[in-house]
Design a protein around this ligand. Structure first.
Ligand code: A3P
Length: 301
């Protein structure tokens, strides 16, 4: 089924989740053709959960031996989405992507729900890092993002109220939001060696502790020498909102797909939804979140 979405496009439901036409084309092709390796790392998010930030962090972490000089780092001149591609979006052209130049372990990101992962991913046993964010802030961030992406002639209906109603009904990009989160949350409980489940809010609160945890999960822990040298601080500074959003490439550059790099940086704070949603809306979202997640032992309020 198709529903007129607020992503300047129709949203199509596939395997229980909503995708744009362009995205769905990539999902189908990637399901059919992507060959995962056992050593691959997949960074999974719902849109606007902090993907850009964690892409930067994981790229810097996993490639720290290749790029030891923070003044010469590729993140200074490339948007994180160029350095860590979205798997399914690589498959939207008729020509399939060539990943042979990727150094092992290959790092990809994806918005694919767990049920829609290519079979080769399941078979490979590769690792996942899932980043989620509280749905109120995720929704507000997504609303701003889709408004920015709309072309002038499409700037018609996208009221906050209508978008909110749809999000709560599960009709949002890669939604239902809660089902997406739960798919990976359950996997992380079943197989914590394979799935690391992180929250944006925790990453804001205790970035160094999570960076260390991430490095251990990925099998590349920091040595004492690196700790003494301050490599963790170096990575976090390089990937901070202020640093990334003020780089020339992220102020004026565009992705090959046409999106302006600046659209991925807005406020980068926890709780900004309080500035946009009414008390009733906040309460409604909290109620849904509690109902959907309570029995699974996950809190995202
Ligand atoms: P806001 O719109 O709330 O500011 P994604 O990368 O998944 O598209 O998510 C985008 C959200 O992450 C935006 O949230 C953006 O500002 C925020 N963000 C981007 N880079 C960040 C960083 N380095 N640190 C913290 N938040 C960041």
């Amino acid at each position: 089924p198709a529903e007129k979405g607020w992503v300047a496009n129709y949203l199509h439901q596939y395997q229980g989740f909503w995708h744009t036409t362009r995205q769905l084309q990539g999902v189908l092709a990637c399901q059919k053709h992507f060959q995962a390796h056992h050593t691959d790392i997949l960074l999974v998010t719902t849109p606007k959960s902090g993907t850009t930030w964690l892409k930067a962090i994981m790229f810097a972490l996993m490639n720290r031996a290749r790029f030891p000089d923070p003044k010469q780092h590729p993140l200074l001149t490339n948007n994180p989405h160029v350095l860590v591609p979205f798997l399914e979006l690589e498959y939207i052209d008729t020509q399939f992507p060539d990943f042979t130049s990727f150094i092992s372990p290959r790092l990809f990101s994806t918005h694919l729900p767990f049920v829609s992962l290519p079979k080769s991913v399941e078979d490979s046993g590769c690792k996942f890092v899932y980043l989620c964010r509280n749905p109120k802030d995720t929704f507000v961030s997504l609303w701003h993002f889709t408004n920015k992406l709309r072309k002038p002639k499409e700037k018609v209906e996208n009221s906050l109220e209508e978008a909110f109603d749809k999000f709560c009904r599960g009709v949002s990009l890669c939604g239902p939001f809660w089902d997406h989160v739960l798919g990976y949350w359950k996997q992380s409980l079943e197989d914590p060696e394979r799935v690391l489940f992180l929250k944006y809010e925790d990453l804001k609160k205790k970035p160094k502790a999570l960076l260390r945890r991430l490095s251990e999960f990925l099998g590349c822990p920091f040595s004492q020498e690196e700790e003494n040298y301050g490599v963790t601080d170096e990575i976090l500074n390089l990937c901070s909102f202020d640093k990334l959003s003020n780089l020339e490439v992220n102020k004026t550059g565009k992705l090959p797909s046409g999106e302006e790099n600046c659209t991925f940086f807005r406020r980068g704070e926890v709780g900004d939804s309080m500035n946009y949603l009414t008390a009733d809306m906040l309460e409604k979202m909290d109620r849904i979140t509690e109902q959907k997640l309570k029995s699974c032992g996950l809190s995202l309020l």
